[in-house]
Design a protein around this ligand. Structure first.
Ligand code: CP3
Length: 346
């Protein structure tokens, strides 16, 4: 199998390729999840990782925001730590906390204990993607993986971290352990993306959510080569690659050069500035996720500014600057989606 032919002419893929579009494509990071009552209902009594390994549930949860909002893309319902769980790393996703790793990685032996990922580890992913592509028709499915730095942070810290101190200490103090760990995660991310694209995903997003904690020098020397390898291998699969992080104004040009077709811009960076920094690439973003709590006319006025700014880019995919906040009113996202899709570009 290969990327879904039905979605090849979608506005999402056209924008990613830098082609003219009838409207700015729109989807939202974390569009599935706790902001939707129908999500809370199907997740009752089912753990997060358990739900990610149940193909029927993954199909249902991924489809929920597509049905409700009519967004221009679906994002596969999973998590960046799911492939680690699938190869046998002892971890859990704790509600309201995030991923927690039982035995944090500190030594070369710890890294070497983590197996490479093969498709046999994730048959439920293949099954869920195939089911989704059938249901989605012409709407593209975005597959994703966590980037080496962001995934390493969970493995080394043992859980969510504000300053990523242990991770950076390994990066600068134990380069051979760091290099082995980054190579391991890059292999897992690449293989995980390949499984998704082979089953029919039309695009991929590499989430380096916490890369903004790095200086450009450390990013370029210790992180970018590994993310580049993942993006290069995804490029060989023939799908557009979106590369996203939070607080990355100083890294945006490098994140583009790492091998992205589309660079995600968070809301703190004016989109105009993001477009200058990424050069001849498409951008994705970047409405402040808290604007859904503003009066509707204020939210839509700001969305209009984002769309106008996006016209200077090689291509523009509308999104929030980070994930949908769980207390978001779905009706606001519905209005926002209709506004973006009916905004005249002519
Ligand atoms: O709709 C979508 O975006 C697809 C699903 C998705 C999830 N996680 C589901 C999820 C995606 C793309 C992710 C990626 C992810 N996971 C990232 C990168 C994206 C980002 O937000 O920057 C990161 C850093 C993680 C790690 C992680 N997993 C965190 C920080 C959390 C939230 C902790 C909390 O409870 O606030 C999770 C758990 C998680 N992943 C939830 C969902 C829907 C919430 C758990 C639940 O519903 O029980």
């Amino acid at each position: 199998m290969s990327p879904s032919p039905a979605a090849a002419d979608s506005v999402l893929l056209a924008a990613a390729r830098g082609e003219a579009v009838s409207h700015t494509p729109v989807w939202y990071m974390r569009q599935a999840g706790r902001s939707l009552p129908e999500y809370l209902k199907v997740r009752e009594g089912v753990g997060m990782l358990e739900s990610c390994m149940d193909p029927d549930l993954v199909v249902e949860i991924t489809m929920q925001p597509v049905r409700r909002y009519g967004v221009d893309a679906a994002i596969f319902f999973s998590d960046i730590v799911l492939p680690l769980k699938a190869v046998g790393v002892d971890l859990d996703i704790k509600a309201g906390v995030g991923p927690v790793v039982a035995e944090p990685v500190r030594t070369l032996a710890d890294v070497e204990r983590i197996p490479d990922l093969t498709p046999d580890h994730v048959p439920f992913i293949t099954q869920a993607v195939q089911g989704l592509v059938g249901e989605l028709g012409a709407t593209p499915l975005i597959g994703f993986a966590g980037a080496p730095f962001t995934v390493a942070s969970y493995l080394v810290e043992g859980g969510p971290s504000k300053d990523h101190a242990k991770t950076k200490a390994m990066m600068l103090g134990a380069p051979e352990v760091w290099d082995a760990l980054m190579r391991k995660i890059a292999q897992i991310a690449s293989a995980y993306l390949k499984v998704q694209v082979d089953a029919g995903a039309s695009a991929v997003q590499l989430f380096d959510s916490w890369a903004g904690a790095l200086t450009p020098q450390d990013y370029a020397e210790h992180v970018m080569p590994h993310s580049s390898r993942v993006l290069a291998e995804a490029g060989e699969l023939g799908v557009p690659r979106i590369h996203f992080g939070v607080g990355t104004t100083n890294l945006l040009s490098l994140m583009g050069e790492a091998g992205a077709d589309v660079v995600g811009v968070d809301w703190r960076t004016p989109l105009e500035r993001g477009i200058e920094l990424v050069g001849d690439r498409a951008v994705q973003g970047n409405l402040d996720p808290t604007l859904v709590f503003a009066p509707t006319d204020v939210m839509l006025a700001r969305a209009g500014q984002v769309i106008e700014a996006g016209r200077a880019a090689r291509g523009h995919i509308f999104n929030l600057g980070h994930g949908v906040i769980p207390s978001t009113d779905p009706d606001q996202l519905k209005r926002l989606t209709e506004f973006v899709q009916s905004y005249p570009l002519g």
